[in-house]
Design a protein around this ligand. Sequence first.
Ligand code: F6R
Length: 256
Amino acid sequence: MKPNKINQQRVNTMLFEIIRTENYEDMSKIAAKRVIGKVQQKPDAVLGLATGSTPEGLYKEFIKDHKENGTSYEKVNTVNLDEYMGLDRNDKNSYFTFMREKLFNHIDIDLENTNVPNGMVSDMEAEAKRYEEHIKEIGGIDLQILGIGHNGHIGFNEPGTSFDSRTHVIELAESTREANSRYFHSIDEVPTHAITMGIQSIMDSKEIILLASGAGKAEAMKKLVYGEITEDFPASALRLHKKVTIIADKDALQLI
Ligand code: F6R
């Protein structure tokens, strides 16, 4: 990995450090360099992880670096943001399976140290409480990776979610189900509900990296950087966090 050769442009706002990259590959490489740096500096770091298309390149970079440079995840704990409700953990569309296939099965992480909320338990309130307590027990999240929904969701915190929220069950917005139906045979198969870390759970992370790629995210990124801080646009809570870095490609940042 030679990130110094990557064409990147820094934009300073009062609120976020924004790294604008040429394309998706560079976004993934620059983000990977930061996260790997954190793991090297703190081998027992707690990483908050996301699913979806955006971090797939980042996870590929972790795997490549692990194989080539031997960065170890033996002592790392991970906490995922969310999981669909009612999908078996072994379903190809569950985030449990996504994480194993895209990352965990290819690095030396102890699977016991990986956490994805369980969308199949009958007592969801107990599961949400257990998840929050576990995050505390392992020392809180050192570095949280986020993507962003077109409607500004982070995790599955859809518009209207309280900034005080902790892990909870949420009804997915129709636009989220539509966007995610690309992984399923039809929209009818996309679960209607999910369990997600809350906005406050995300805000408690010591540091946050938000990734975005493609023109489809441009409006959301504009609102994130310049819009109002409001529960109607969940990602805007990040403007109240001390240490957020946005790493995004130029298409996603075309309105900034
Ligand atoms: C996934 C998650 C979501 C996604 C967002 C963007 O764990 O929490 O907030 O980050 O829906 O998804 P992609 O990356 O597929 O555009």
